[in-house]
Design a protein around this ligand. Structure first.
Ligand code: ZN
Ligand code: ZN
Length: 371
């Protein structure tokens, strides 16, 4: 695809997203003269492509305007599509306030779970004539089901993730520290074309692996133990996420049993994934297998989460979650069991929900890989 053609395709898709958002705002009771302030970076990126870390997007009935400062003006002009990029030496927020004031905006919707308390208070103070009304999750709702273009980007990010894992496994040494193993994965991500890791790569060996969100330590990998590697890459703005549990040397029967339980739990959850199924049902399937193995009490997190522009997004695949899965959602399935003093196992795959089941985006085999 030529760059020009690509830009046109992107413009059409951003405009479509903004159009859908306007319909949802109308359903939420907002009128044409009202405005919506988008302050979450990932939501701004979703609606217009701008990926800078400082910006505000104002959506009105017939236009969209992006406010950012001098550090990001050139980037905004290059990336943002379908929006006007404000250019001023004035602070972006001051400019935004004066625009809203000039346009005599009566109501301003803001993102309830995204806006900082400080910004909310400033808006209330500066815009005395405007009612500032929080709304919850409008853009996030649009982001739940991915477009074919987004799916392709995530698919490529997942593929890159698997390649990085394979490359590192082929040269990993037990003499390495956990931090070195994490650094090698990060190096592979960037070498293979990713923008970087999606989050701080987790490498945890020995009893340390029983901490679900352990930080890689500057200590040597514990031989003959379970080693949890949780890693993801950002490619073209989209995240991947995968966990494999491996071992250097041999592990005994207790650890093998934990591994078998998690692997079976993961399979049971994946088998439940299909459009129309409640997220809680998928979580329940994993939880039941672990409980049957006697590990019900050592699985302290949700079975999975959505992945897209953010590493953790909706839907949450956890207990009590009523959201029904739909074709085009991209979720992880990542049950784990963490036995204090012994070690932990987590197996995580990224998958695309389809009408009849799912497509596994993580292609790496799931068996206990021994190095
Ligand atoms: Zn992960
Ligand atoms: Zn995850």
């Amino acid at each position: 695809m030529t760059t020009q053609h690509q830009a046109r395709v992107e413009l059409v898709s951003f405009k479509k997203r903004v159009r859908k958002l306007r319909l949802d705002l109308a359903k939420a009771g907002f009128e044409g003269s009202d405005r919506f302030l988008v302050s979450a970076g990932s939501n701004i990126q979703y609606l217009c492509g701008f990926a800078g870390s400082y910006g505000f997007l104002i959506i009105s009935a017939d236009r969209a305007k992006l406010y950012t400062d001098g550090r990001y003006t050139a980037q905004a002009k290059a990336q943002a599509r379908g929006v006007d990029v404000c250019e001023s030496t004035q602070s972006p927020l001051d400019l935004l306030f004066s625009d809203l004031h000039e346009e005599q905006v009566c109501r301003l919707a803001v993102e309830e779970n995204r806006i900082s308390h400080a910004l909310y208070r400033t808006l209330r103070r500066k815009l005395r004539q405007t009612r500032v009304e929080p709304v919850d999750g409008l853009v996030e709702k649009l982001r739940l089901v991915k477009t074919p273009d987004e799916i392709e980007k995530i698919r490529l990010a997942a593929r890159l993730n698997s390649r990085a894992f394979d490359n590192v496994c082929s040269r990993a040494r037990v003499e390495w520290t956990e931090a070195r193993l994490a650094a090698e994965l990060d190096f592979e991500f960037r070498s293979l074309g990713a923008e970087g890791p999606a989050f701080e790569t987790i490498v945890a060996s020995g009893p340390h692996s029983a901490l679900p969100h352990a930080r890689a330590r500057s200590e040597r990998i514990v031989p003959n133990s379970l080693v949890v590697l949780d890693h993801g890459a950002i490619l073209d703005g989209y995240n991947s996420d995968m966990t494999r549990t491996i071992c250097f040397g041999r592990v005994g029967s207790e650890k093998r049993r934990i591994f078998r339980a998690v692997r079976e739990a993961q399979k049971a959850a994946v088998d439940q994934v299909r459009s129309g199924v409640k997220a809680a049902t998928v979580d329940q399937a994993a939880r039941k297998v672990l409980a049957d193995f006697g590990y019900g009490d050592v699985f302290p997190h949700a079975t999975g989460h959505g992945v897209g522009l953010e590493i953790h997004e909706q839907p949450r695949v956890g207990a009590g979650e009523k959201t029904r899965l739909a074709s085009g959602m991209v979720i992880t399935i990542e049950p784990g069991a963490y036995v204090e003093g012994v070690g932990g196992v987590r197996i995580e795959d990224l998958l695309l929900v389809t009408k009849t089941g799912c497509e596994l985006l993580s292609r790496t085999p799931r068996q206990l890989r021994t190095l």
